[in-house]
Design a protein around this ligand. Structure first.
Ligand code: PHE
Length: 339
């Protein structure tokens, strides 16, 4: 019996040496370990072995079976590795080629500037809320004291969608919406995109961004407005920035102001950017008109408030000496990656 087992083992060793592929190994496995193979034959022959011999003869057969199985597995592994290394040796990999660079994204320059302003106002206790860009005539104009034939409507060339719906021309559209849903004190900063039907040129575009600030409470005064604005401008443009306030007109404030800062480029000496005046106009502001408060359901006898709105693009152009506003929306990475 022992010699029979060894003969099978030897023959198998030779056969597996000759195996050239995984398929050959599979075939050997069937040939030796399958139902009609020699190992099964040995098993069947066990019944003719004496009771005394059966345990160790059984063990020989089991050992043989296990050895053949393991040899098949080993051979399969080796063949697979050989195939893989052959495949790799045919491939040409140039390890000196430069790797693929991963580009790190960044916030757009307009959003970066907006974030700066938002941070200043969060520190001052304002909450941030955004209004809709598609707006009704009512919230964009009517509720803000622009009647249908009000001449001030001409100041803001409007994209109308229907007779009653439009693309908001300013972030002031959020004011009455907020008054309707919140009780004073209301202290909100509202950043967002606005639209005006203007000719696109180096200096103006059909959309740009504004931030709107609004504060309503008992006893809010004109002095509060000036103080807040001054401290905001210093935080944004740095200590030593000079500002000046000029009376102006917006239907939704009374009194209304326009605010200038000393030109960021020439510091007041006069240059091409500030049209040799030494000043740059940066924002519109004022005390919220009593009629607008009333439209929002707030009693102007009890409450007062201030508001202001500032465009961002022009400030960015000046700060970074950019000559053409259109480059801000052209998504040219060579430009965007500079910020
Ligand atoms: N909405 C005005 C504009 O777009 C700015 C403004 C806001 C003025 C709030 C006064 C008060 O020009």
């Amino acid at each position: 019996m022992k010699s029979k087992i060894e003969a099978i083992r030897n023959q198998f060793s030779k056969d597996i040496e000759d195996a050239k592929s995984a398929k050959d190994v599979e075939a050997l496995k069937v040939k030796y370990l399958g139902k009609k193979g020699p190992v099964q034959d040995l098993m069947r022959g066990l019944k003719d072995v004496t009771d005394a011999d059966r345990p160790h003869v059984g063990k020989w057969i089991n050992d043989l079976k296990e050895d053949l199985m393991n040899a098949c597995m080993r051979s399969l592994n080796e063949l697979e590795q050989k195939e893989e290394s052959e495949r790799l040796s045919h491939e040409n990999i140039d390890v000196t080629l430069p790797g693929r660079r991963h580009h790190l994204g960044r916030r757009h320059i307009v959003n970066q500037f907006m974030d700066e302003i938002v941070d200043i106002f969060i520190e001052m206790g304002f909450s941030i809320q955004e209004g809709p860009e598609i707006e009704s005539d009512y919230y964009n104009f009517e509720a803000l004291n622009f009647s249908k034939d009000h001449p001030a409507r001409d100041m803001q060339d409007t994209f109308y969608i229907t007779e009653d719906m439009l693309l908001r021309t300013h972030t002031t559209n959020l004011q009455v919406r907020l008054m309707e849903t919140q009780k004073p004190p209301i202290r909100v900063l509202s950043p967002g995109r606005v639209y005006r039907n203007e000719e696109i040129s180096a200096r103006s575009h059909v959309f740009f961004h504004q931030v709107e600030a609004m504060y309503i409470d008992k006893g809010v005064t004109f002095g509060d407005l000036i103080a807040t604005l001054e401290s905001f401008l210093v935080k944004l443009f740095g200590a030593g920035i000079k500002s000046r306030f000029r009376p102006s007109y917006f239907p939704f404030v009374e009194p209304g102001l326009e605010v200038d800062i000393q030109c960021l480029l020439c510091r007041g000496k006069g240059c091409g950017i500030c049209k040799h005046s030494g000043w740059l106009e940066v924002l519109g502001a004022g005390m919220i008109h009593p009629e607008v408060l009333r439209n929002g359901g707030i009693d102007p006898e009890t409450y007062t408030g201030y508001a202001w709105g500032m465009g961002l693009e022009r400030m960015i152009l000046i700060k970074h000496r950019i000559k053409d506003i259109r480059i801000l929306t052209q998504n040219d990475l060579r430009f965007l990656e500079q910020f």
